[in-house]
Write a protein that binds this ligand. Structure first.
Ligand SMILES: Cc1cc2nc3c(=O)[nH]c(=O)nc-3n(C[C@H](O)[C@H](O)[C@H](O)COP(=O)(O)OP(=O)(O)OC[C@H]3O[C@@H](n4cnc5c(N)ncnc54)[C@H](O)[C@@H]3O)c2cc1C
Length: 299
């Protein structure tokens, strides 16, 4: 018989997770669908369930220094607790705009009042809407167990659809977002309608242009992440480093835009499924990239 626990503290949760296999249950908006039996019937779980939605320590967003976690430090990061809902993330003033935009595209308000970003991450769907923005922001995840904490880049944490580096006895407790200066960002999700739309594909981008003493500009930072066009979100740092340093007069040239689009065309590998076709996903992703590139303020 499956047992259900609802600990009030992180310590109680980790004590429970240390013994045996459990399903972690946060907002339950993925789990209730995945474990449903048939309409009107209680979902069926194979393992004991640990609800993590009553743990007060995980329900806060704080700003702290990356090294010392001392409040108010200039070189700070946002620490988003695993129990913070998507609606709370949307409302928090210091959340980077690109993350706010992508979270606001998830389902509809009622679901966002219950669902968490931790659940969106740990479900590890390549179409999860918070992921492209989080990859772009160099977000990190903190995993806690009775043995202590480990932290890693989100893009290293997610291994394949539905598969992460989470080990038995661990849970995700915080998402860490370095507070970088993100001057020009872009986010677009393609779905079938405005709300409650499953993602066919999405593109997130960031470009930073700096002017030298001569007044000539160059690209000093460039990041692009694609959702739902591969087994995990696609962000290619090698390609990004090839583009950093390019002078702005080159950026606006149609030939240069063609070259960049061609490079990304090689690395995205969408599939056909019930939401869309591989061909549509491939072409629409590249069209969005092209549109953003041609709209960059390079003057
Ligand atoms: C009608 C509907 C519409 C939706 N629309 C969208 C959409 O537009 N875009 C989108 O991206 N998603 C969508 N979803 C999917 C879902 O709502 C999101 O992925 C949501 O963010 C999941 O969060 P949750 O807290 O409900 O996760 P849960 O269902 O509680 O958990 C999801 C997974 O994460 C694990 N988990 C949860 N918390 C932790 C933790 N702290 N540590 C480790 N593992 C953990 C669980 O064990 C489970 O495997 C939709 C779902 C529904 C039902």
């Amino acid at each position: 018989m499956v047992e259900v626990y609802r600990p009030d503290t992180l310590e109680q949760a980790l004590d429970k997770l240390a013994v045996g296999d459990h399903t972690l249950f946060s907002g339950g908006t993925d789990l209730m669908v995945q474990h449903s039996v048939r309409p009107g019937m209680t979902p069926s779980f194979a393992r004991d369930v640990v609800f993590v939605d009553a743990i007060d320590e995980l329900k806060h967003i704080t700003q702290a220094s990356l090294e010392t976690q001392a409040e108010g430090d200039a070189d700070s990061a946002l620490f988003i607790g695993a129990g913070v809902t998507l609606s709370e993330i949307e409302r928090y003033p210091q959340v980077p705009d690109i993350l706010r935009q992508s979270v606001a595209k998830i389902a509809a308000p009622a679901l966002r009042n219950r669902a968490t970003m931790a659940g969106n991450i740990c479900n590890a769907s390549p179409a999860a809407d918070s992921l492209p923005a989080l990859y772009l922001l160099d977000a990190r995840v903190v995993l806690s167990s009775l043995q202590g904490q480990r932290e890693m880049l989100l893009e290293d944490f997610i291994l394949a659809p539905g598969l992460t580096q989470l080990k038995q006895g661990e849970m995700l407790t915080h998402v860490v977002i370095p507070q970088a200066d993100l001057p020009e960002t872009f986010y677009h999700k393609v779905g079938t309608r405005a709300a409650n739309a499953l993602t066919k594909l999405s593109v997130a981008g960031m470009a930073k242009i700096s002017k030298g003493r001569t007044g000539k500009g160059k690209l000093v930072d460039w990041r692009v992440a694609f959702g739902a066009v591969g087994p995990t979100v696609v962000r290619n740092r090698e390609l990004e480093s090839l583009l950093v340093g390019q002078p702005t007069e080159k950026l606006a040239k149609p030939r240069f835009i063609d070259e960049v689009v061609a490079m990304y065309s090689e690395i995205i590998r969408p599939i056909d499924d019930q939401r869309s076709t591989a061909e549509y996903r491939h072409q629409a992703s590249l069209n969005l990239l092209r549109r953003w590139l041609s709209q960059l303020s390079v003057s």
